[in-house]
Design a protein around this ligand. Sequence first.
Ligand code: 2PG
Length: 247
Amino acid sequence: MATLVLLRHGESDWNAKGLFTGWVDVSLSAKGEDEARRGGKLLTDAGLYPDVVHTSLLNRAIQTAQFALGEADLLWLPVKRSWRLNERHYGALQGKNKAQTREQFGEEQFMLWRRSYDTPPPPIADDDEFSQVGDRRYALLPPELMPRTECLKDVVDRMLPYWYDEIVPDLSAGRTVLVAAHGNSLRALVKHLDDISDDDIAGLNIPTGIPLRYDLDEHFRPLRRGGEYLDPEAAKAAAEAVANQGR
Ligand SMILES: O=C(O)[C@@H](CO)OP(=O)(O)O
């Protein structure tokens, strides 16, 4: 059996302001820092000690791992980072207010962009203030892989190679793996793990800062579908709050 722990970053400054964030590199809010520390405490309270951590290239996930691992006295852990764990690129919606977008385009279009499996928002222009073109952290990314927008299906497609090539080898070596990432990159991973249909994934929301534990069988499939949040009640309330953003 292998153990995987998924951790969505704590609340970011833009989560607090209700803005679409995607690849824009915002920091944790003070509340988000507290959530991340609490996530670390939940790990130690559960006796869960990761051996390795994987993060996206975005500060809010990196900071969350740091705060959580600091709390657990595990700052020394080996770490791997990849753009493949980044948040979904939100295209031209990056930097836009969710409630205003919903008012402007209507509930149906808002939800299609936000939660449908295969409808990406319009692409972002390279000269948009919230474009990542030219960002040094993606300098080694082949230009044809640099997204200008993504739907969840695109995230599944770019995340899965990292799952198979980098995370599964750690799990099969017997390591407990912590993945600190984002609402939509973790939805992509949970969709794969729990084999959730393209339609049903629209209803899945991941709360900030609450570790989600998966014990996996020899085929790296969950022993228990849906895994187990280390604070299930708080996770349920927080997932509902995520679902209701923009309302
Ligand atoms: O703005 C974003 O990048 C994401 C996560 O915060 O938002 P949503 O939950 O609306 O997909």
